[in-house]
Design a protein around this ligand. Structure first.
Ligand SMILES: Nc1nc2c(ncn2[C@@H]2O[C@H](COP(=O)(O)OP(=O)(O)OP(=O)(O)O)[C@@H](O)[C@H]2O)c(=O)[nH]1
Ligand SMILES: [Mg+2]
Length: 340
C-alpha cells in the first residue's frame, strides 16, 4: 500500500506556525470574556493569537509613550516597536518541536500597525494641536517650529536697555505727487533734490519711487509713479491723497505733448482744489518749446482760475554747461510755499 503524500501547498499560501509564540498560551481578555472561550473549544489559531498579541502590544507600547515627560513621535514609535517585537519573538517550543521562522504576514501586519498608529498620531496632532495649547513640553519643537529662545546670560547687557534713545518728536508730513510721461525727468528731479547726481540715460521707473526730505517744520514726501502707459492708470488713485501735484513735461517732446495734456487734465478733473506745479523740463535742449507755446499746448489758460497753477521752466539735468540754476531750487522753494 503506497504511503500517503503530504498535500503540496501553493507557493504563496501561508503555513501556520507550529511553535507557540509568547502570549499564545494565555487567553487574551477584551472586556469581559476571554477570546479563547468566544472562539469555541479550539479558540483562536496560534498565528492569529500572535497577530492579535502583536497589535495589542504595539498599541500598549504606543500608549506607554505618553508616560514619558516629553513624548514625541519618535518615542511613541520606539515604545510601540519594542512591545510589538516582544510578541514576535519566537519562543523555543517545548518538547521536540523546532522554532519556525516568522510568517511574512505577521511582519507585514506589525509594520502596518505601527504605520497606522503613526498616521493617526500625526492626524491627531494636526487637528487638535492647531490653535490650542500644546500638551507637550514647550521646549520640544514640533516639526521644525522654532522653540522660543531666551537670551543667554552672557548675551544680556543691562546697559542695552538704558541706551534706548528717546523718541524724536514726530514732524508733520506733507505729500507731493510727481507725475508726467515716461522720460520727462521725474526720477532725475527726485535724485537732484535729494543731493544725488542724475543718472546717465533713461532708466524707467517700473512702479514707485519716493524720497523724504526734512524741513524745519515738516517732512516732505515726494512720490513718483512711473510714466509708462500701463502705470498711468494708477495715477488717479493717488491724486486725492496728496497736498501738491508736480506734473513734469519734456519741453522738447512735441509729438507726445497732446498725450501729456490729456493726462494732466484727467488728473485736474479728479481733484478740483489740488495745487499744481507744471514743470517745463529740458529747456536746455534747442528744440524745446517756449513757455508761451507750452501754456497754450497744455491748455493751462483754460483751467479754473480758483485753482493754484504754476508753470515753471527748468533744466533739471542739463546736457551741457551754462545752466547755473537749472530750476530745481526754484521749484523746491515754490513747493515749500505751497505746503506751508
Ligand atoms: N537734456 C536734458 N535731459 C534731461 C533733463 N532732465 C532729465 N533728463 C534726462 O531724461 C531722461 C529720463 O529721465 P528720468 O528722470 O529717468 O525720467 P522719468 O520721468 O523718471 O521716466 P519714467 O520713470 O520712465 O517715467 C534721462 O536720461 C535724464 O538724464 C534735462 O533737464 N535736460
Ligand atoms: Mg522715473
Amino acid at each position: 500500500m503506497p504511503t500517503p503524500r503530504p498535500p503540496v501547498l501553493p507557493r504563496h499560501s501561508l503555513q501556520l506556525p507550529t511553535a507557540p509564540c509568547r502570549g499564545a498560551g494565555r487567553s487574551l481578555r477584551f472586556g469581559w470574556r476571554p477570546l479563547s472561550r468566544r472562539q469555541g473549544a479550539g479558540g483562536l489559531s496560534r498565528q492569529r493569537r500572535c497577530i492579535v498579541g502583536l497589535v495589542v502590544r504595539s498599541a500598549l507600547g504606543w500608549v506607554a509613550g505618553w508616560a514619558r515627560p516629553r513624548h514625541s513621535l519618535r518615542g511613541h514609535l520606539r515604545w510601540a516597536g519594542w512591545l510589538g517585537l516582544c510578541s514576535l519573538h519566537p519562543r523555543p517550543a517545548p518538547g521536540p518541536m523546532a522554532p519556525r521562522p516568522l510568517s511574512p504576514l505577521v511582519l507585514a501586519l506589525g509594520g502596518a500597525a505601527a504605520v497606522l498608529g503613526s498616521v493617526l498620531f500625526i492626524l491627531w496632532k494636526a487637528y487638535f494641536g492647531r490653535g490650542s495649547e500644546r500638551r507637550w513640553d514647550r521646549g520640544e519643537a514640533w516639526w521644525g517650529a522654532e522653540p522660543a529662545r531666551l537670551p543667554e546670560w552672557d548675551e544680556w547687557d543691562p546697559e542695552d536697555e538704558e541706551d534706548e534713545e528717546p523718541a524724536l518728536e514726530e514732524l508733520e508730513q506733507r505729500e507731493v505727487l510727481v507725475l508726467g510721461l515716461d522720460g520727462s525727468g521725474k526720477s532725475t528731479f527726485l535724485r537732484v533734490l535729494s543731493g544725488k547726481p542724475p543718472l546717465e540715460g533713461h532708466i524707467p521707473t517700473w512702479g514707485f519711487n519716493s524720497v523724504r526730505l526734512p524741513t524745519k517744520d515738516f517732512e516732505v514726501d515726494l512720490l513718483e509713479i512711473g510714466g509708462s502707459q500701463n502705470l498711468r492708470f494708477y495715477w488717479k488713485e493717488f491724486v486725492n491723497e496728496v497736498d501738491v501735484l508736480v506734473f513734469m513735461v519734456d519741453s522738447a517732446d512735441r509729438l507726445r505733448l497732446p498725450w501729456a495734456r490729456q493726462e494732466l487734465h484727467k488728473l485736474l478733473d479728479k481733484d478740483p482744489d489740488l495745487p499744481v506745479v507744471v514743470v517745463a523740463n529740458k529747456q536746455d535742449l534747442s528744440e524745446a518749446m517756449s513757455m508761451v507755446e507750452l501754456q497754450q499746448e497744455l491748455g493751462l489758460q483754460a483751467i479754473d482760475s480758483q485753482r493754484e497753477v504754476f508753470l515753471v521752466a527748468a533744466s533739471i539735468a542739463p546736457a551741457g554747461p551754462g545752466f547755473e540754476d537749472p530750476g530745481s531750487v526754484q521749484i523746491w522753494k515754490l513747493l515749500l510755499e505751497l505746503l506751508s
